[in-house]
Design a protein around this ligand. Sequence first.
Ligand SMILES: Nc1ncnc2c1ncn2[C@@H]1O[C@H](COP(=O)(O)OP(=O)(O)OP(=O)(O)O)[C@@H](O)[C@H]1O
Ligand SMILES: [Mg+2]
Length: 500
Amino acid sequence: MSELVSRVLDKENLKATVNALETGNYRNMPPVSADSQRYVGAVLNEEVEKQFGRKERPAVELILNSIDAKPSGYSGKYVVKVRRAEADLVGMYHNISVADRGVGMSLYDMLVHLSVPFGTNKKNGDYIGRFGVGFLSALQWGMNDNSSVTVTTSDGAEKAPFGKVKGWKAKFYGSDGKPTGLRCRIEPASLPGRGTRVDVVTNAYRVGRIGDYIAETLGFFDPERAVIEFNGQRVNDGPVGDRYNVKIMGKTEEMRIQMGVEQTKNHAVRLFSNGVLVETKPINGIDVYVDMPASVQPSIGRDELVQDRAYREAMENFWTIMLPWVETHRAEPGMTRALRDGLPKIADKLDCPMENKDILARALGLDSVYVCKTAEAGWLRDFFGDGISEKVYGTMDDTCVEEWTDYSGGWGVIEPLFNVIGISTVETGLKEIKVRDVELAPGYGGKSPFLRHKKKVYRNVNHPLVDGTGTAAKYALKGELKVLTGLTEESVEDDIFIGD
Ligand SMILES: Nc1ncnc2c1ncn2[C@@H]1O[C@H](COP(=O)(O)OP(=O)(O)OP(=O)(O)O)[C@@H](O)[C@H]1O
Ligand SMILES: [Mg+2]
């Protein structure tokens, strides 16, 4: 392998190598120096073994290469097929294959692009690959005894007999478990059509849980770009989120956003680049998927986003998008609450200050008065700032929150009803509220729609009694108010239900 790469790196030698492989005449190949081989060996050690944190990663790298091989102007569904099967009865070895019907490679392409570290000619923007090392990472699967990685490919340029096309097969295999011990055998092949297929045979322990890992990493991949199948099952069949056009450094690009509040164990903010998972930041109560515009670059190893100008502009766009996003989705059960609690934390996880807080606060209903747990209230006041700090109240204990949150999607949406002794505005600087413990008529869970704080009364506008038009509801309300205020039934009638 080091010898092959050394040859390919030298222009004259590359020509001679291509020629020798094509004619089967190996006599005139120039020698390569031991120095050059040693150097290449060191680079191979680094690039084959050390770049990725997860042992499953090569599978994703192979899939991404297959996606990048999609011919330009291709119409219809572009499918990348991944298969994994146990190769023998004992289950010691596994067969993994990744196949596409993309542009394929000529012999020259294969030598230059596949085996040489950093041998990429992909340009930023249209491709996912940019470093020229992804394929090499797959070679770690072929380093051991009885292991191999075989690439079969054709660019379809030359016909072969029986309606086939001419292609090439390169088998990388090793024995001593080290990248420098890798060998490579290249031979012509006759193939049914254009495209590439990588077949891996490797020790099971080197593979890990690739099915789960592929689903986690590529589950949000845009199916319009490519559909990924694992053992016949579609991987990217979840929601694709909402698409927005954004301007990044003067260029219009797409950003996809998806949020959910399902009860899962692993809530997180997940950041994607080109539909490929890059960062996962655990968070409570909400799942956020952001597929970044193409200009936002992942680091080498694709496990971090580079925090540059493109990233900052993408984040500014994220907050602008939040407003239409919230407007479209706030009616989803639990969403408004999750967003009120979640947005400040999301901003924190994105390591990016939140823009247009006031507009967002209003979109989330934070221009009314709210009751929530004291800790949350503090967090919200800090975050949304002066605009809302007078409207958010913490409670003295969690039972009051329970009393108030049942009917309000998690938060006590309250409105000042009236002042018992005639102060007409909501008291500012009010930080905590204690809910009075009132037994209500059965059928309403014993929860009161009213809350008294000092000399004022508030009502929970989401309480069924408040919205109820039935007599029972009205009487229950009146009864409640009488107890709460000490007013007579008539004044309750006059003061509260005028025009009702
Ligand atoms: N399935 C494939 N079909 C066609 N060409 C391929 C395929 N797989 C790899 N190649 C070629 O091999 C080159 C090297 O792949 P490799 O994954 O090492 O680098 P890359 O995709 O360019 O960048 P990155 O390291 O970011 O993935 C690619 O640039 C491409 O030219
Ligand atoms: Mg790649």
